[in-house]
Design a protein around this ligand. Structure first.
Ligand code: NAD
Length: 480
């Protein structure tokens, strides 16, 4: 079985302990590769390599960094098909999705931050004709990037590329549930000629490898995407050490549908915003609120569409719904369906582990599930499920739906469907969320600030925000 390797100091190396653990293909429920079980020693080696590379990398010109990050982007693009297949096998997502979203986005992340490096500028302030202040934005040093399993290469590169573009050296850890494309990225970085130690990738579990990155005194900033509970732990550990923190955490996003919306467009997008990537996108709208005059039509047509989604082998063309990422995650999602029933919910479609024949008969598939009849404040509607499960609730008034939408601890994204322009602005202003989509979903412009409020995190990624995060400001004041 293939053994993945860490990428440290420009070389592919085994973990210091020599220990590995299994990497499972969720669509067949069997191991297919082995993951380094890295720990304190591996992280120390990686931080050391990054520290050695920092002085020269931080002094490269933005143009030099542009050249090399563009080279990484191009090689990812040249290998799109292989990477998409690897992502599909590792994660369970449909190949078509990995091909059209995950890997193209990894290409864009490197391209975007390669060019951002040469456009990034800082401020200067002229003070009453007597002095001038200018701000230097200098790279921080060695930074840690830790990412989750749902959009593996997509989110991994979303952190790494701005960190490198700003002149930092990186110690990164992908999720141990989906490490394959991060491993392939290390091979790509070697091919692209990224200088040794500029990027180091350490594989392993959160409590071992991940926690050691957070604790290491040589790591000056942490960019983390993952669950809120992990984010809390990282914040507790990093705050007394005054590390810079960017935390992108969980969500429980509302999808608010007013009766005056464009019904067909809303319906088509709502199927995607509910079940794309098996509902395992932090931006999926899992709580659907429908204005009462539309509720009957919506439930009928939405459930029909959902029943038409093809669940199956993620490698096959035409599959809409692949496997969820792991057996424990499947059990968690199904336990929430049971909870919803106990809380008085009615399952309109789905609700069970899905049977898929042939190669995937032991895979972790969950039927796309639609539930109605629950109160907005029950656990099913308050806790993050992060799977192919949505609830539908009717509402009568704008104020009422805003109070339902804002009643959760999270505040990542939200979607609003209406053709009333004034209402769209009003609702957008009053939603407690970092992102509001009106008459669209997951419509991303990489220049915009990305992140959540409340327990969905702190800080913003995207655009120059990420370059600001990955640099330290210094004010220089010159009198004249
Ligand atoms: P997770 O928190 O379990 O793991 C995320 C990463 O953190 C993994 O690499 C893991 O190994 C590592 N980790 C775990 N414990 C750690 C520790 N003590 N110290 C350091 N690192 C540690 O999350 P997950 O299950 O991989 O991902 C799902 C979660 O991610 C969901 O809550 C989802 O909403 C969230 N998510 C958020 C966004 C966003 O942009 N806000 C995007 C995608 C996913």
């Amino acid at each position: 079985m293939q053994k993945l390797l860490n990428y440290v100091g420009g070389e592919l190396v085994s973990p210091a302990s020599g220990e590995y653990f299994e990497n499972i293909d969720p669509s067949i429920g069997e191991p297919y590769s082995m993951i380094p079980d890295s720990g304190i020693e591996d992280v120390a080696l990686a931080v050391n390599a990054a520290g050695k590379a920092f002085p020269s990398w931080s002094r490269t010109s933005p143009e030099e960094r542009y050249e090399i990050l563009m080279r990484v982007s191009r090689i990812i693009e040249e290998n799109l098909e292989d990477l998409a297949r690897a992502e599909c096998i590792d994660n369970g997502k449909p190949l078509s999705l990995a091909r059209s979203v995950d890997i193209p986005r990894a290409v864009s992340n490197f391209k975007f931050y390669a060019t951002a490096a040469i456009h990034f500028a800082s401020e200067s302030h002229s003070s009453a004709g007597s002095s001038i202040n200018y701000t230097l934005r200098q790279p921080i040093g060695v930074v840690g990037c830790i990412s989750p399993w749902n959009l593996p290469l997509y989110l991994f590169t979303w952190k790494i590329s701005p960190a490198l573009a700003a002149g930092n050296c990186v110690v990164a850890k992908p999720s141990e549930v989906t490490p394959m494309t991060a491993f392939l990225l290390s091979e790509i970085c070697i091919e692209a000629g990224l200088p040794a130690g500029v990027l180091n990738i350490v594989h392993g579990t959160g409590p071992n490898a991940g926690a050691e990155i957070v604790k290491h005194p040589g790591v000056k900033a942490i960019s983390f995407t993952g669950g809120t509970a992990t984010g809390e732990w990282i914040a507790r550990e990093a705050a007394p050490k005054f590390k810079k923190l960017s935390l992108e955490l969980g969500g429980k996003n509302p999808n608010i549908i007013f009766a005056d919306c464009d019904f067909d467009e809303m319906l088509e997008t709502t199927v995607r915003s509910s079940f794309a990537n098996q509902g395992q996108i932090c931006l999926c709208g899992s709580r659907i609120f429908v204005e009462r005059p539309l509720i009957e039509q919506f439930c009928g047509e939405f459930v029909e569409r959902v029943k038409g989604l093809k669940i199956g082998d993620p490698l096959e063309t035409g599959t809409n719904v692949g496997a969820v990422v792991s057996e424990p995650h499947m059990e968690k999602v199904l336990s929430y369906v049971e909870l919803a029933k106990e809380e008085g919910g009615t399952v309109l479609t789905g609700g069970k582990r899905a049977d898929v024949n042939g190669r995937c008969s032991n895979g972790y598939f969950v039927e796309p599930t639609v539930i109605e009849g629950l109160e907005h404040d029950c656990r099913t509607n308050q806790e993050e499920i992060f799977g192919p499960v949505v609830t539908i609730q009717p509402f009568d008034e704008e104020e009422e739906v805003l109070s339902y939408a804002n009643s959760v601890r999270y505040g990542l994204s939200s979607t609003v469907w209406t053709s009333d322009l004034k209402r769209a602005h009003r609702v957008a202003e009053n939603l407690e969320a970092g992102i509001v989509w009106v008459n669209t979903w997951m419509n991303r412009d990489l220049r915009t600030p990305f992140g959540g409020v409340k327990d969905s995190g702190m800080g913003r990624e995207g655009g120059f925000e990420a370059l600001r995060f990955f640099t330290e400001e210094k004010n220089v004041c010159i009198a004249y």
